[in-house]
Structure formats: C-alpha cells, structure tokens
Design a protein around this ligand. Structure first.
Ligand SMILES: Nc1ncnc2c1ncn2[C@@H]1O[C@H](COP(=O)(O)OP(=O)(O)OP(=O)(O)O)[C@@H](O)[C@H]1O
Length: 267
C-alpha cells in the first residue's frame, strides 16, 4: 500500500491502456489512432519530433483533453468514465504549467495537499521533505511569480508528487532546468520508480531518455512507430538517437546544398 492508502500493484495491470485514440484540430490530425499499453513500475519515455502529438496524447491520457475517439485507462480506471479515481492516482506536470503566482512555493504545496485531502500535518511533513530534496527550502517563502523556470518545474514536480501517485506524467520535465537541478529531479524520480510507481515523461532529448528510461514509445505524425524496452526499440542501432531518426524517417534530412549561403563569409 502507498502512504495515501491506494493499492499499488505493479505488474498486475498496465499503468496506461490506450485504445483507438484520435484527436483532430480542424484539418490537423494530432493523434491518429493510437493503441498502446504502458507497463506499470517502469520509467517510460514518450519521444517524438516537434508536433508528433506527445502533448496531445498526454493531455488525453491525463483527462485534460477529451479524445475524438478511443478510450484511456490509467491504473485500471477509465479516464473519462471514472475521472475521480484516475485523478486520485496520478500526478501531472503539464507543459506550460500554470500556477497560482501570488502564493509562495510553500503555500502552493499546502493548498495542493488540502485539495488532495491530505491531513495538514502530513502535508507539512511531505512538503518539508520535497522542498528540501529539490533544493527549494531557501526559496519556499518567495512568491511563485518570482521563481525561475527551473524552480517552477521543481515546485510543479513537488506538487505532482505530494499525494504519492501511482503514475506520474511529466511533459518535458527537464526543459529549462540546470544540470544540478536535473540531477536532483532524476534522483527523485529514480527513487520513486524503485518503489514500484510509474513515470511517463515526454522528451526530445534522446540521451536523457536512454540514460533514464527502461521502456520507450516513439511517436511520429500522431502514430506509434515503436514501443518496448530500450533494447527492443534500439534494435541493432548503436544509440536511441540513431534508432529514433530511422523510425521517424528523418535520416539525412539536411541537404547541405540548401544552406550553401550560410557561413563562410559570403553575404
Ligand atoms: N489546440 C490546438 N489547436 C490546433 N492544433 C493543435 C493544437 N494542439 C496541438 N495541435 C497540433 O497538433 C499537432 C501535435 O501537437 P503536439 O503539441 O501534441 O505535439 P508535440 O509532440 O507535443 O510537439 P512538441 O515536441 O513540439 O511540443 C501539431 O501539428 C500541433 O500544431
């Protein structure tokens, strides 16, 4: 059992089960019929080029955006039929996270704890630990509006972890984060998955995904191009980056002759 009393049974049900997922914005098809199962208890990377549909997929999986077609289950619960059960079990750090700017980091966590129904003293205990581990203790009484990008990400992560979710969804969690903070976030996430929880995060940075994740899904043009363990997705390729370029059909995209005017003193 987790500290919040939710049953966590890694391996019994997939963390996420997506069937026939579609989303169109006018003429633009952002997600084109995704079927995917993400295993529980893994550190999972969702990778894809710009515009591949990662954010749209994560938004639908976390109940922030309604699909045109298809179904999503998280930890065995249907996201649209049983939203409260899903929301109790997930933590989300969305892209472009909006926060209450006029609260301090500390107040924000206190508020999040109350929303999550965690008793005050327990919220305080967890907030103390998270702020400390994430290097935010000294800034905890500053207003969020005055935080740097990295501090905002770390505060958002603390808020997403406060209720000890079964599945944590992070959209580009390392973007705008300095290497020291990135290392801290990594350590926190590794500790969290070691306890049987699942992390699903999106990224363009293949080296990061390769070093952190043990399971990967590759998305391009709204479809899944490959999924499986890191070794399965890499196939025979020497690195995930090379496998990725092949899978998304981007090998040799740069034809030097197009940029023959660039550099070399020619104006
Ligand atoms: N609200 C929207 N209205 C119109 N088009 C949208 C909207 N949201 C996403 N799209 C389009 O859907 C496609 C997928 O976008 P999405 O943001 O999911 O991709 P992504 O993989 O997260 O990209 P990036 O890595 O650049 O953040 C893109 O072509 C995008 O322009």
């Amino acid at each position: 059992m987790t500290e919040t009393g939710q049953g966590k049974a890694p391996g019994t049900a997939p963390a996420v089960r997506v069937r026939g997922l579609w989303k169109r914005f006018g003429e633009q098809t952002a997600v084109a019929g995704i079927d995917l199962e993400l295993p529980a208890g893994r550190f999972i990377g969702l990778v894809g080029p710009n515009g591949a549909g990662k954010t749209t997929t994560l938004s639908m999986v976390t109940g922030l955006l309604r699909p045109d077609e298809g179904s999503v289950e998280v930890a065995g619960h249907d996201v649209w039929r049983d939203p409260a059960a899903v929301k109790a079990r997930i933590g989300v750090l969305p892209e472009g996270l909006r926060m209450f700017e006029r609260l301090s980091g500390r107040e924000l966590l206190g508020y999040t704890g109350r929303l999550r129904g965690i008793p005050g003293p327990e919220t305080d205990r967890r907030a103390d630990r998270l702020l400390d581990v994430l290097g935010l203790a000294d800034a905890q009484h500053k207003l969020v509006v005055d935080y740097s990008t990295g501090m905002r990400k770390k505060t958002g992560l603390a808020a997403a972890l406060l209720h000890n979710p079964e599945v944590l969804f992070l959209d580009e969690p390392f973007e705008g984060v300095d290497p020291v903070s990135a290392q801290t976030i990594r350590a926190v996430l590794e500790r969290y998955t070691a306890s049987g929880a699942t992390v699903v995060f999106s990224s363009h940075v293949m080296e990061l995904v390769e070093s952190l994740c043990d399971w990967v899904a590759v998305l391009a043009a709204g479809t899944i191009r490959a999924h499986g363990t890191l070794d399965e997705v890499r196939g025979g390729a020497p690195s995930l980056q090379e496998a990725f370029l092949r899978l998304v059909g981007a090998e040799g995209r740069l034809d030097d002759s197009h940029l023959d005017w660039l550099g070399g003193g020619a104006r």
